[in-house]
Design a protein around this ligand. Structure first.
Ligand code: SAH
Length: 214
């Protein structure tokens, strides 16, 4: 079973990530290190390394491996940086960022997911990831500013509190779109007091629900 999962994970990295252009060695190493099958429901473990998102309960999903890797790469992070994630969900993206050497803060709004993920991350010895149950569109002001911010749910617009809590220089990624099923992945850069936006392509995330979301 464990050997099978290792083999599945290795195949995932080769076929879904490297073959599609993910190059960042820290991202690839992190995707090899995190046991993704523990982050999905037990009945779905055999599918954990396939090329699609999977349900994690409460109408939410764990993102497809390629999207997690792509966002981790597009974040342009270096070890030691702080990162705020909005939408902890299964905790998989948070674990990948921790494996990349980042100091991870992650906010989730659904209590059951927050509690289950806290337990899972503890069991897997990701002791340094800090989690909070809250509306992440408000950020985590006491812990900011953050070198990097990654939003893993799609909202109608860019939440202002998050831009305010982004360090200068800083990079933030967020799926944005008026259409709930389809968003543009937007990269926001803060540099010398200027904020610039860049569109990275189409993505499909679950709803970002909150004061500055849906
Ligand atoms: N990064 C996650 C993806 C989970 S799906 C993973 O690796 O598994 C997105 C998550 O965002 C869901 O769990 C959803 O409940 C959460 N979410 C939606 N709106 C939110 C908000 N305003 N604050 C915090 N979490 C939110």
């Amino acid at each position: 079973m464990i050997v099978d999962m290792r083999r599945n994970r290795e195949r995932m990295v080769r076929e879904h990530l490297e073959a599609r252009g993910i190059k960042d060695t820290r991202v690839l190493a992190a995707m090899r290190a995190v046991p993704r099958h523990y982050f999905v429901q037990e009945a779905l473990r055999a599918q954990a390394y396939e090329d699609h998102p999977l349900p994690i309960g409460y109408g939410q999903t764990i993102s497809q491996p390629y999207i997690v890797a792509l966002m981790s790469e597009q974040l342009e992070a270096r070890p030691g940086m702080s990162v705020l994630e909005i939408g902890t969900g299964s905790g998989f993206q948070a674990a990948v960022l921790a494996e990349m050497g980042l100091q991870v803060f992650s906010v989730e709004r659904i209590r059951e997911l927050h509690t289950a993920t806290q337990q899972l991350l503890r069991n897997l010895k990701y002791y340094r990831i800090r989690l909070k149950l809250d509306d992440g569109t408000m950020g985590w002001p006491e812990m900011g500013p953050f070198d990097r911010i990654i939003v893993t749910a799609g909202g109608p617009s860019i939440p202002e509190p998050l831009v305010n809590q982004l360090a200068d220089p800083g990079v933030m990624l967020i799926p944005v779109g008026k259409n709930k099923r389809m968003q543009q992945l937007v990269r926001i850069r803060k540099q010398d007091g200027d904020v610039t936006l860049e569109k990275l392509g189409g993505v499909a995330f679950v709803d970002l629900v909150g004061t500055h979301g849906w």
